[in-house]
Ligand binder design. Structure first.
Ligand code: NDP
Length: 487
């Protein structure tokens, strides 16, 4: 299996290579095969990318928003036309089941380009009546933005960052995770094909040091990261020391609260989506599932029945529902958390091991895992595992569930299942999380802002909120009379 791109980086509208950069092997996580060899960006490549972005940005920013939007909407159409081939590439890069990548990854990228391509023309400043004189505001781009991605949703992350940035008239240099470098290159090709002028979207590969070089560069005005909290702290610190704008989409340990009156099938389906989609590698996952006493038995019975049926295996088989984890480090980390869960006294209700799959002996698979009798203080209830490991906790009273749900440094997401309408809104209003669901979980339409409270992030992606975060406001005072000067 091969997925070798033309070259490692995409700069100024074309592929470039510099073989002096550290070698980077791209692994298909289901088999351990090497599917591509790339090179990390050297300082020279980083410089070329930033220079290309800097020189292209001003002219792009002078276009009418509707003209910029048209390019994005054309790119969105191409993404949709190539959905099948891009989904396959994403599956090879991440190991995620094709069943998911066919509906979730390039499709979500296309949604973002379509939405921002249309919305930007309606996102403008305001007129302010000052009783004779008046004021108005302009939304202006920031300049060159750096995007730094994680490996769980590579093309979606590249699009969620580049679409609002480009729509607003910025240029972007994007660094994918070194685990998943391929689909951002495909996106760059598509932008060019759709008519995006050269230099506006550049992709440079590499490890943390390449990301750090972008963050520290004086020409970069803003940094948007999707990644872990420790990396977020480092990047926001470095950017803050130079007063750069930041958007931080970081980790979570989100609560999902199931009340006695919930529809059991829906609550179980929601909890499974909240823990097993993308093999559990989703930042907004609801990994602490609080279940009220009266529904507990029915919920657990259906949860284990349905989890047993999850088809795990060959990610390219359209019947497969769960693929492997991204890499060996993550695999070991998830297995270690499962051991810790057992040692600390949680009850293993399902899974916990590595499935034996013929033809995929080197694959980084883990069974979908359910722990019950989990206590708030246990490691598996406090730390982000980033694997298919669900912790089920019990609760009795609404106030208790709210207090325990909020007892975490994170605040990315939260969900509740109940048929009681007043309670649904009352509880959601109390939860300290930026992205919430009532009677569903993990749906992230581009029309709604996405992001975290507390340690889970700064700023928002998606919706008009993202356009705010990729722009700055200029206020203009306009005099219509004479200057009333005291001098
Ligand atoms: P990181 O947060 O470490 O990395 C995210 C991105 O930031 C990567 O592109 C990474 O490059 C880059 N990066 C790392 N250090 C720096 C730096 N100092 N300056 C600039 N850029 C930097 O995530 P990992 O992929 O290493 O995963 C580690 C853990 O993070 C996972 O086990 C998981 O728990 C969590 N995670 C959470 C995500 C979320 O959305 N909540 C997403 C991904 C991971 P490179 O990868 O090349 O080092």
């Amino acid at each position: 299996m091969k997925a070798q791109p033309t070259a490692s980086h995409y700069v100024n509208g074309g592929y470039v290579e510099d073989e002096h950069g550290q070698r980077l092997e791209v692994i298909y996580p289901a088999t351990g095969e090497t599917i591509a060899h790339l090179h990390a960006a050297t300082p020279n490549i980083v410089e070329l990318a930033i220079e290309a972005a800097r020189s292209a940005q001003a002219e792009w920013a002078r276009l009418k928003p509707v003209e910029r939007g048209r390019v994005l909407r054309r790119a969105s159409d191409i993404l949709r036309e190539r959905n099948a081939e891009l989904a396959r590439l994403e599956t090879l890069d991440t190991g995620k089941a094709l069943q998911e990548t066919l509906v979730a990854d390039p499709a979500s990228a296309a949604d973002a380009l379509e939405f921002f391509g249309g919305a930007v023309a309606a996102f403008h400043g305001s007129h302010v009546d000052l009783g004779g004189p008046f004021g108005y505001t302009r939304r202006e781009p920031l300049g060159v933005c750096a995007g730094i991605g994680a490996w769980n949703y590579p093309i979606q992350i590249a699009a969620w960052k580049s679409a609002p940035a480009l729509a607003m008239g910025n240029a972007m240099v994007f660094k994918p995770s070194e685990n998943t470098p391929l689909s951002a290159l495909a996106l760059a090709e598509i932008y060019t094909e759709a008519g995006l002028p050269d230099g506006l979207f550049n992709v440079v590969q590499g490890f943390g040091d390449v990301g750090a070089a972008l963050v520290g560069h004086e020409a970069v005005a803003k940094v948007s990261l999707t990644g872990s909290v420790p990396t977020g702290r480092r990047i926001a610190g470095a950017a803050g020391s130079k007063l750069k704008h930041v958007t931080m989409e970081l980790g979570g340990k989100s609560p999902l609260i199931v009340f006695d009156d919930a529809d059991v099938e829906n609550a179980v389906g929601g909890a499974m989506m909240a823990n097993f989609y993308s093999t559990g590698q989703v930042c907004s996952n609801g990994t602490r599932v609080f279940v009220q006493d009266g529904i507990r038995e029915r919920f657990l019975a259906r949860l284990t029945e349905r989890t047993k049926k999850i088809r795990i295996g060959d990610p390219l088989d359209p019947e497969t529902q769960m693929g492997p984890l991204i890499n060996r480090v993550q695999h070991e980390k998830v297995l270690a958390y499962i051991e810790t869960g057992k040692k600390e006294g949680a009850k293993l209700a399902h899974g916990g091991g590595m499935p034996k799959l013929q033809g995929f002996e080197n694959g980084l698979f883990v069974e979908p895992t359910i722990f019950t009798d989990v206590e708030d203080g246990m490691t598996i209830a406090r730390e982000e595992i980033f694997g298919p490991v669900m912790s089920v906790l019990s609760f009795t009273k609404e106030e208790e569930a709210i207090r325990r749900a909020n007892d975490t440094e994170f605040g990315l997401a939260a969900g509740i299942f109940t048929r009681d309408l007043p309670r649904a809104h009352r509880v959601i209003a109390e939860l300290q999380a930026g992205t919430c669901w009532i009677n569903n979980y993990n749906l992230t339409p581009v029309e709604l802002p996405f992001g975290g409270y507390k340690q889970s992030g700064i700023g928002r992606e998606n919706a008009l909120a993202a356009l705010s975060h990729y722009s700055q406001i200029k206020s203009v005072y306009v005099e219509t009379g004479d200057v009333a000067s005291p001098y």
